[in-house]
Design a protein around this ligand. Sequence first.
Ligand SMILES: [Zn+2]
Length: 115
Amino acid sequence: MRELAATQSILTKALLQARESNAERIRVLHLALGEISELDQHTIQKHWQELSRGTPAEQAQLHFRLIHAEVQCMACFMKYHPLDGKIHCPHCGSYGAKVLSGEEFHLESIELDDE
Ligand SMILES: [Zn+2]
């Protein structure tokens, strides 16, 4: 369900950019996906096929760039990479942490077909 909303918002942004550039078609979308975003690439891909049907983004390819996750422990303030997406400080064992990166999902750029 989260993937559906996220995919819809990406599609809306891409179509708007294409319209502003007067492009007929969108060929490729470059997406940034945080490794602990809990969004599944395959599910996004599936929604994309359904949602983009009949739009200039139909058959556009999705390229995912995985964003490395980093969190900061709220107890000892050490920064670390959450292993398997688990927030558990390797320095002091605390479970509380602030996510610095790795939860994002956004459109980085699109490639248009101008012909
Ligand atoms: Zn810690």
